[in-house]
Design a protein around this ligand. Structure first.
Ligand code: ADP
Length: 274
């Protein structure tokens, strides 16, 4: 997208955003509520008209693209319209019939980890299992590009880990993924790059490790000496560790070197635009 704008009345929901997501990449869009994430994603999906700017998704303008284009993308929306009466297998098979070249429904059910629940009614599944059905419906058309809107909201930590493995598997198989999330650990675990959007503007785009200068930020070296816990904030942590190692004559008790977390730099960024 180039210079993407969306205005609702006198609100600039998206206010001049440029962004490139590369083929095969997992890209996470981060930002507080009202930042403009959903609006931007819905424009990319062809579900919302833009006010101005250029957009190209898989080589087509989503505002004009047709059914062939739509069959190449997959969407996992925040809330989905599942039929609780259908079984998982019936639901997935039904959606497969919408696509010209769908994946095998049983393979997809297996891939999302629902093989054991395939014959169960969707209405009887747990929240995490239903979310897996959503993903199954999003990938049944064998999309080149998958949109995932806050995919793990409400998951327990174990379900979230398993979901991440599923997404990593799709990415490994070459699916390009655009993800929105409120979980910084999720962005860090899954995304090749993240974009931080606030008040309709893109504040930064970088890898999770480098965002906001994290990779070169001052580090904190902490350890325990006989008097208790100690720390030093330093631009040259390797040097400090070498000195501590010499001082202790080997292992430094409870040694840790930390830099600002993704959450730290994210909160600082969005705090600055408030
Ligand atoms: P996010 O997904 O980051 O929470 P949204 O894209 O939903 O942000 O919203 C961005 C801004 O646009 C907000 O100020 C929101 O109130 C406004 N907005 C979103 N959708 C509409 C709409 N259909 N009509 C009017 N204003 C809207």
């Amino acid at each position: 997208m180039r210079g993407l704008r969306k205005r609702y009345g006198d609100v600039d929901a998206v206010n001049g955003v440029d962004l490139d997501v590369r083929q095969g990449e997992v890209f996470a869009l981060l930002g507080p509520n009202g930042a403009g994430k959903s609006t931007a994603v819905e424009i990319l999906e062809g579900h919302r008209r833009r006010t101005a700017g250029e957009v190209s998704v898989l080589g087509a303008d989503p505002a004009r693209a047709g059914r062939d284009w739509r069959a190449r993308i997959g969407i996992v929306p925040q809330t989905s319209a599942e039929n609780p009466q259908l079984t998982v297998r019936e639901m997935v098979r039904h959606f497969a019939s919408y696509y010209p070249r769908p994946r095998d429904p049983d393979e997809v059910i297996e891939a999302v980890g629902l093989a054991e629940q395939a014959g169960r009614r969707v209405g009887r599944l747990s929240g995490g299992q239903r979310r897996r059905v959503d993903v199954a419906l999003g990938i049944i058309g064998d999309p080149e590009l998958l949109f995932l809107d806050e995919p793990t909201t409400g998951f327990d930590p174990d379900a979230r880990r398993r979901f991440w493995e599923l997404i990593q598997g799709l990415a490994h198989d070459g699916t390009t993924i655009l993800l929105t999330t409120h979980y910084l650990d999720e962005a860090e675990a899954l995304a090749d790059r993240v974009g931080v959007i606030a008040a309709g503007r893109m504040l930064a785009v970088d890898t999770p490790a480098r965002l906001g200068g994290r990779a070169t930020a001052t580090a904190r070296v902490s350890w325990r000496d006989p008097d208790g816990p100690r720390h030093i904030d330093t631009a040259s942590p390797t040097q400090v560790v070498a000195e501590l190692s010499a001082k202790f004559g080997g292992e430094v008790p409870e040694l840790a070197v930390t830099r600002p977390s993704l959450e730290d730099v994210y909160l600082e960024m969005i705090g600055a635009v408030r």
